[in-house]
Structures are given as structure tokens and as C-alpha cells.
Write a protein that binds this ligand. Structure first.
Ligand code: ATP
Length: 601
């Protein structure tokens, strides 16, 4: 969903940074921890308890050192006691350090595994989603969910959850200790907590929002960058560089502005949050001094108390941050689950049968199809194709040619009517067994990064090198591949920019021939190529079409002429059908199309 006018590259769904707390969703998210919790959680809890107990023991030992060993009224023997206490404190610190190291190690393991599973689930699911899902969404938006949204959960799983537990345990421990040491002073300090908590949380919310704004502006820059690099050729061809630079500058400036604002808030509010903590300490010393004078508290205990109060603020502040983190996680997980819950609308029926080896008889009966409700792209198509025939689909742009080929592979389900292959309704068979027997060669051959060999092998992964070479020879691709610097092992960059259009087509023919499908669908490239390559392609096509039922969205006269049947489409309807000679004689739509298209050839 694009953003407001004038805000290119912005998709509103991805802009929502926080969502209210949702318990059901949190439970679902935490279910990802389950497989590892059993194994790791006891260890984490053990480390956590060890760490907390040692941490909370140190201030108590300090108070003992002051009251029993340092205070002027105790005797000289006390020096030994001081040594003993120091030694114990040292051991406690070592235990604490070890406990925290291992705790972090274990929680990282849990966190990384959860993120791995989540990302992998999401990716697997996206692979299965149907064409109409991608029709609705820009690729950038899908990308953001697999990267940014998953990443933003990372912190929650690696440290957030465990810190939450530690903080709760620590807080309870400290409250108990404070009340046990001196309940009056304890109560006075604890009562200040809600006020401090509210003030610091309020300030924190503003800082957080400001940083989120920075993140959002940066992610806009990223998507703009992505799109401008992908489209750099078009930009330069239309000399739109200045416009692009102006647009980028605006975004860049916005990002800088929001960063300035966030960092100012941070500088201003950061110390203020610290000061709110200081307020509690003030009460502590004021009331503590009074209790010491009254003989109700020792100096050592007051020092211990102040140390506990210091430890008290840390978890409270962190809990506030944790809550923020949860709200962000809510938004990200909602987006992730929205994708995971998206059912591929093209899926096997529960009683789907495997499609037997296809012969290639295809029938379309009263096929109606609409991409969007109320707009028919096909308005009642009837077609009867005998195995082995080559069918050329011709017609004006937008007449429905690509739509027919999309329906044959069941990339979309028809709105009414039916399509059968060898008498099987394509909706009743298992999708994989259907698609694996249909080969598709698209206009814009997609070349993946990897070698030429890898790209041909995409047609059938278990093919041997010999088979790859054989199909390449058969479609006239061997000759140019041989001449490449590394032959079949030449690395082609993503999208195959180093190959010419004609070479890319031959490569895609080789890929299709290797798959050896019974039904071949070919969206013929419209790009004009030199006569020599054109001839090679024509020869290759003959090899490719032999013995298969083929549908060609045809643009070349020679291809159309050789077809067994030409189907002329117009606004989603079949206008005429027959072979070239018949249709030319008829002097109807086809005749007009050919006249217009090839007048200058
Ligand atoms: N993914 C889509 N979502 C919505 N409408 C679509 C989609 N794809 C095609 N259409 C519409 O369906 C109609 C038929 O389009 P189709 O792509 O089948 O035409 P075509 O004959 O293959 O055209 P071309 O020769 O330009 O490729 C057009 O009106 C088009 O706007």
C-alpha cells in the first residue's frame, strides 16, 4: 500500500512501529522458545539465581565489614575479619561474573535459534504464497518483514525475556531485604517508587518515540536506495538523476533532522531520569540519618541500604524499557504473523490426487477469470487442444494472453468454468505434480546469481553435466557458452546483465528442455534481436516444441505461422481461431493485427 501522494517508497503497513500489548500474540511468539526452553531454561534459571543471590549478598557483607570490623568501637582483631569478608566478596564476584557469562551465552543460544526458526518459517511460507499475494504487495514490503521485523525481535529473545525474569526476582529480593533490615526506612523508600516510575517512564516514552522516528526515516532511505539502484538504468535513460537526488536529499535531511531531535531529547532527559533516581536516595539518607541518631540503624546497614536502593533502580528502569521493547515486538510480530497466516489461496484440496504422467490434451470450458472483483480479464473462454499441438495466442496488449497461461499452471484459480488436462480438473490434482510437468519460459528470463551451469540445472536439479551440455547444444546455446571466459562455470551476476537478450533466451530454452515437460508455456520475448540470433532461436524453438503441447504468447511471425492453431484474443474473448492461412483468408482481426504489426518488416 503506497503512502500519501508525493511520498514514494513508503508503505503504510510497515510504518506502524508500536502496537498495544496483546497477550495471545505474545504467547504465540513465545511458543517459538518452547523447543529450547526445556533444554536451556533450567540452566539459565540456575545462573540467574546464582547471579542474583551473590549480587544481593555483597551489600550485606559490606555492612558487616563496616559495623563489625571497621567501626572505631570494635577491637584490633577485627582486621582478620576484614580479610575474611574481602575474600568472600572476591569469591562472590567471581561467581557472579561466571554466572552472568554463562547466562548470556545460554540466552544468546536460545535467542538465535528462535530468530532462525522464525525467519526460516517466514521464508518457507513466502515461497508457497500465490501470485495474487505478490500482486498486492511491493517486494520491498515483503523484504522488510523478513529482515527488519525479524531483527527487531532479536533483542527481545536474546536478552529481554531473561532480563525480565532477573529483574523481577531481584526486585522481590530487594524489597524483602529492605523491609527486613529496617521496615520503616524500607517502606519510605519503596513508597517513592511509583512516582519515580511514572516520571521516568513518561520521559522515556518521548525519547523512544524520537528514536523510532529516526529508524523509520532511515528505513525510508533504505527502500529508496534499493529502488533507485534497481532502477538506475531507467533513471539515467530518462535523465531523472536530478529529480532523484532532490528526492533523496529531502529524505536525507528529514533523517538528519529527526536524529538531531532525538539526540537532543536524549541529552536533556537522560540526566533528568538519573535525577529522579537521586530523589529516592535523598529520602534514604535524610530518614536514615535520623534512624541512626535514634539508635534504630547502624552506619553499615545504611550503606548496605543505599547499595540495595541503587540495585533497586536498575531493574525498575529496565522494566520500563522492557515494556517499550514489548510494544515494538507486538507491531513486528503482528506483521510477521500476518504473513505466516496468509493462506496460499492456491493449494491442494484435501483429497487431491497426484497428476499422472501427462499426455497433453487440454480443455478450457467457459473459463471466466477476474483478478479483481467485477473486472473480467477472461469472459468465457473455450478451447480444445490435442496433445502435441502448438497453440499461438495473439491479440492486443491487455487482451488476456498472459492471463490464460497463468491459469494453465494454476497460478490463479479461475472464477468459473473449468480447465482439464487429460480429463483431470487442474483443481483436483496435487499442485506439485501438475506444475512439475509444465515448463514455463517467460519473456524476461530470470537469471539467478551463480554459474551458467547452475542456471540451466535449475530446470532439473539432478541433471548431470553431460545432460546440461546436451540440452545446450540442442538449443544452440553451447556455442556462446563455450566462448564465455569460464565456459559453463562462468559466474553470472544476478539478473544476468552480462548476457545479451538472445543469449538469455537460449539459456532459458536449455533450462526448459532439461526439465523436459509435457506441456510447455512460452511467453515469447518481444525484444528484437539480430537475424543470426533470431534464426538460432527459431531452430531452438523447433527442438523445444517437438512432441509437447505448447502455448506460446507469440510475437514473431515465424512462430505464429508454424503454430497448429492460432487463437486471437480481444478484451478477454476469443475472436477468431484457425491456422495462419485460414485466418489470413478470413481477413478479420488477425489479418488486421498481422498487417499492422508486420507492415514494416
Ligand atoms: N496481476 C494483475 N492484477 C490485476 N489485473 C491484472 C493483472 N494482470 C493482468 N491484469 C489485467 O488483466 C487484463 C489482461 O491482461 P494480460 O496480462 O493477460 O494481457 P496480455 O494480453 O498478456 O497483454 P500483453 O500483451 O501486454 O502482455 C488486463 O486488463 C490487465 O490490466
Amino acid at each position: 500500500m503506497p503512502g500519501k501522494t508525493g511520498e514514494r517508497f513508503v508503505y503504510q503497513d510497515d510504518e506502524i512501529i508500536e502496537k498495544p500489548f496483546n497477550w495471545a500474540q505474545l504467547t504465540r511468539l513465545f511458543a517459538y522458545m518452547k523447543p529450547y526452553a526445556k533444554q536451556m531454561l533450567p540452566l539459565v534459571i540456575l545462573m540467574m539465581i546464582l547471579g542474583t543471590v551473590t549480587k544481593l549478598t555483597v551489600p550485606f557483607l559490606t555492612s558487616m565489614a563496616i559495623d563489625k570490623a571497621i567501626a572505631p568501637e570494635v577491637g584490633p582483631t577485627s582486621i582478620n575479619m576484614l580479610y575474611t569478608i574481602t575474600a568472600i566478596v572476591l569469591v562472590l564476584y567471581i561467581i557472579q561474573w561466571l554466572a552472568s557469562t554463562y547466562r548470556i551465552k545460554f540466552t544468546n543460544i536460545i535467542g538465535q535459534r528462535v530468530i532462525y526458526d522464525l525467519r526460516s518459517d517466514l521464508f518457507k511460507h513466502i515461497q508457497k504464497l500465490s501470485f495474487n499475494f505478490f500482486d498486492k504487495r511491493p517486494a520491498g514490503s515483503v523484504l522488510v518483514r523478513v529482515t527488519n521485523d525479524v531483527n527487531s525481535l532479536q533483542e527481545l529473545f536474546t536478552s529481554g525475556v531473561v532480563n525480565l525474569m532477573i529483574d523481577c526476582v531481584q526486585l522481590v529480593g530487594i524489597v524483602v531485604i529492605l523491609l527486613a533490615i529496617n521496615w520503616k526506612l524500607g517502606l519510605a523508600v519503596i513508597l517513592t517508587v511509583p512516582i519515580m516510575f511514572i516520571i521516568s517512564t513518561k520521559l522515556r516514552v518521548r525519547i523512544r518515540r524520537a528514536w523510532q522516528d529516526v529508524r523509520m526515516k532511515n528505513s525510508r532511505i533504505n527502500s529508496h536506495l534499493n529502488e533507485s539502484i534497481q532502477g538506475i538504468r531507467v533513471t539515467q535513460a530518462y535523465t531523472q538523476e536530478q529529480e532523484n537526488i532532490r528526492f533523496f536529499d529531502k529524505m536525507n535531511f528529514e533523517s538528519k533532522k529527526s536524529w538531531d531531535r532525538a539526540s537532543m531529547l536524549n541529552q536533556g532527559f537522560g540526566p533528568l531520569i538519573e535525577i529522579t533516581g537521586g530523589f529516592g536516595t535523598l529520602i534514604l539518607f535524610w530518614f536514615g540519618a535520623y534512624l541512626i541518631q535514634e539508635g534504630q540503624l547502624t552506619i553499615g546497614l545504611l550503606v548496605a541500604f543505599s547499595s540495595y536502593v541503587g540495585n533497586f533502580w536498575e531493574p525498575i528502569n529496565r522494566l520500563g524499557q522492557m515494556y517499550n521493547q514489548l510494544l515494538v515486538a507486538m507491531a513486528s510480530s503482528e506483521r510477521i504473523f500476518e504473513f505466516i497466516d496468509e493462506k496460499p489461496n492456491i493449494d491442494d484440496k484435501p483429497n487431491a490426487v497426484p497428476m499422472p504422467k501427462i499426455k497433453g490434451d487440454i480443455k478450457l470450458q467457459d473459463v471466466v477469470f477476474e483478478y479483481e472483483k467485477g473486472r473480467q480479464a477472461l469472459k468465457g473462454i473455450n478451447m480444445d487442444v490435442i496433445a502435441g499441438q502448438t497453440i499461438a495466442l495473439v491479440g492486443h496488449t491487455g487482451s488476456g494472453k498472459s492471463t490464460i497461461i497463468n491459469l494453465l499452471s494454476r497460478f490463479y484459480d479461475i472464477s468459473s468454468g473449468n480447465i482439464t488436462i487429460d480429463g483431470y480438473d487442474i483443481r483436483d490434482v496435487q499442485l506439485e505434480t501438475l506444475r512439475s510437468q509444465i515448463g514455463i519460459v517467460l519473456q524476461d528470463t530470470f537469471i539467478f546469481s551463480g554459474t551458467i551451469r547452475d542456471n540451466i540445472r535449475f530446470g532439473r536439479l539432478d541433471a548431470t553435466d553431460e545432460e546440461i551440455e546436451a540440452v545446450s547444444r540442442a538449443v544452440n546455446a553451447h556455442e556462446f557458452i563455450e566462448k564465455l571466459p569460464g565456459g559453463y562455470d562462468t559466474e553470472v551476476e544476478e539478473r544476468g546483465n552480462m548476457l545479451s537478450m538472445g543469449q538469455r533466451q537460449l539459456l532459458s530454452f536449455a533450462r526448459a528442455l532439461l526439465a523436459d515437460p509435457r506441456i510447455l508455456i512460452l511467453d515469447e520475448a518481444t525484444a528484437s534481436i539480430d537475424t543470426e540470433t533470431e534464426l538460432k532461436i527459431q531452430e531452438a524453438l523447433k527442438v523445444l516444441l517437438k512432441g509437447r503441447t505448447s502455448f506460446i504468447v507469440a510475437h514473431r511471425l515465424s512462430t505464429i505461422r508454424h503454430a497448429d492453431k492460432i487463437i486471437v484474443l480481444d478484451h478477454g474473448e476469443i475472436k477468431e481461431e484457425g491456422n495462419h492461412a485460414e485466418l489470413m483468408q478470413h481477413q478479420g482481426t488477425y489479418y488486421g493485427l498481422i498487417e499492422a504489426q508486420f507492415r514494416f518488416v
